[in-house]
Design a binder for this molecule. Structure first.
Ligand code: AMP
Ligand code: GLY
Length: 423
């Protein structure tokens, strides 16, 4: 099978590493890729926004299957265009990708199908949004409706902060994404990420993950795209997984199909486990980054037939087998992230990872033969262990061998799970 992978981050490096192990794979291309992905796939330079150019490349190389990593091309309709050419694609249509592309769309599905989530209202002007916030009081959450690269959410502890967030949105801080605003109730609890493949009708739950969104140790400071993750998430007990499937995932699949937008691809449900049980914070329509990295480390099954089954509508015929060993990934980021940071700083050397460990490239590039950091989040140092504590020790031992002056990481990834292990 000839496969094209779209994307250039740590998520795509992990997918590439895993797909490359498939005995079904005959030719493997990635665009735009990165130096880590280049170990597994031939990199091609395509403008992913030019759907015709991607389709033409697929025709030229007789590609059988396209795996789309990030959300932006999905929301822009790349999967629709490629499917129109008869290609098999992993990833939802633009209509179904609204689950990530519009927070209001998702909230409306939740309301119609009684999916547990924070109470909310949608607004297209500041005065009404502000009146609602004053009426509800704080804490309260203000979200730009559209895609804002993880930056459009303000968890406001005071009414003033929430009002300021409304002004930011409508004054264009998030561009078109902020033309509509969702104001929702604050949910209190422990967060977990739940992943589930879907083929429009059938669901195949994957493993659970916990992510560290804040930049600082002890989960303090500003939100980022994710500073580290581990799998499984201890808070996701068998009972919570069952409830998540019944109360959240299954009604979503039904709702999307009944609305005329059957969902195929991966649901990434951001959950808050509250005193009442699992509640939906948001959906993403692609694998999490860096959540994907720990999922791939734990997946024992061949990934290719699983993704293919999601695209072909045969998920009821496949199974995913997982290692019992937890996996943990530490994100090494450029100093200054998630604010501004210096680009093209040299990564002098990366350690040999060995069995059950892997350094995924998230934001690197080769310049004149030298490896440099080009992104905010740059490396995902990943390891498995018999316990989360052991996986953490192994991951940080590797972190200490990375020679990169301008890099930093949190030193406490996995702390909640490790505290539980000690208790
Ligand atoms: P999102 O981009 O929607 O995942 O939001 C980013 C982060 O904001 C989430 O991971 C949560 O930590 C937090 N958040 C979002 N919505 C809520 C909510 N309703 N209650 C509490 N925290 C929230
Ligand atoms: N790590 C969170 C995300 O991929 O959105």
């Amino acid at each position: 099978m000839k496969v094209l992978l779209i994307g250039s981050g740590g998520r795509e490096h992990a997918l590439a590493w895993k797909l490359a192990q498939s005995p079904l794979l005959t030719e493997f291309y990635a665009t735009p890729g990165n130096p880590g992905i280049a170990e597994h796939a031939a990199l091609v330079s395509l403008n992913v926004e030019d759907h015709e150019a991607v389709a033409a490349f697929c025709r030229e190389k007789a590609i059988d299957f396209v795996v789309v990593g990030p959300e932006a091309p999905l929301v822009a309709g790349l999967a629709d265009r490629l499917r129109a050419y008869g290609l098999k694609v992993f990833g939802p249509s633009a209509a179904a990708a609204q689950l990530e592309g519009s927070k209001g769309f998702t909230k409306d599905i939740c309301a119609r199908y009684k999916i547990p989530t924070g109470a909310y209202q949608r607004f297209n002007n500041a005065p009404k949004a502000k009146a609602y916030i004053r009426e509800q009081g704080a804490p309260i959450v203000v979200k730009a409706d559209g895609l804002a690269a993880g930056k459009g959410v303000t968890v406001a502890m005071t009414v003033e902060e929430a009002l300021a967030a409304v002004d930011d949105c409508f004054e264009g801080a998030f561009g078109a994404a902020g033309a509509e605003v969702v104001v929702e109730a604050y949910l209190d609890g422990e967060e977990a990420s739940f992943f589930c493949l879907c083929d429009g009708r059938n669901a195949l739950p994957l493993a659970t993950v916990q992510d560290h969104k804040r930049v600082g140790e002890g989960d303090t400071g500003v939100n980022t795209g994710g500073m580290g993750a581990y799998s499984p998430a201890p808070v996701m007990t068998a009972e919570m997984i069952e409830r998540t499937m019944k109360e959240i995932i299954e009604p979503t699949i039904r709702g999307m199909a009944e609305s005329g937008y059957p969902f195929s691809g991966v649901f990434f449900a951001g959950l808050m486990i509250t005193a009442k049980g699992p509640e939906l914070i948001e959906y993403n329509v692609r694998f999490g980054d860096p959540e994907c990295q720990v999922l791939m480390m734990r997946l024992k099954s061949d990934l290719l037939p699983l993704l293919l089954a999601a695209a072909e509508g045969t998920l009821d015929k496949v199974m995913a087998e997982w290692s019992d060993d937890p996996a943990l990934t530490v994100v090494m980021a450029s100093k200054g992230y998630p604010g501004s940071y210096e680009k093209n700083t040299p990564i002098v050397s990366l350690p040999e990872a060995g069995d059950g460990a892997k350094v995924f490239h998230a934001g690197t590039s080769l310049k004149g033969g030298e490896l440099v950091a080009t992104g905010g989040r740059v490396l995902n140092v990943t390891a498995t262990g018999r316990t989360v504590g052991e996986a953490q020790n192994r991951a940080y031992a590797l972190v200490d061998k990375v020679e990169w002056e301008n890099g930093f990481c949190r030193r406490d990834i996995g702390w909640r799970a490790i505290e539980r292990e000690k208790a």
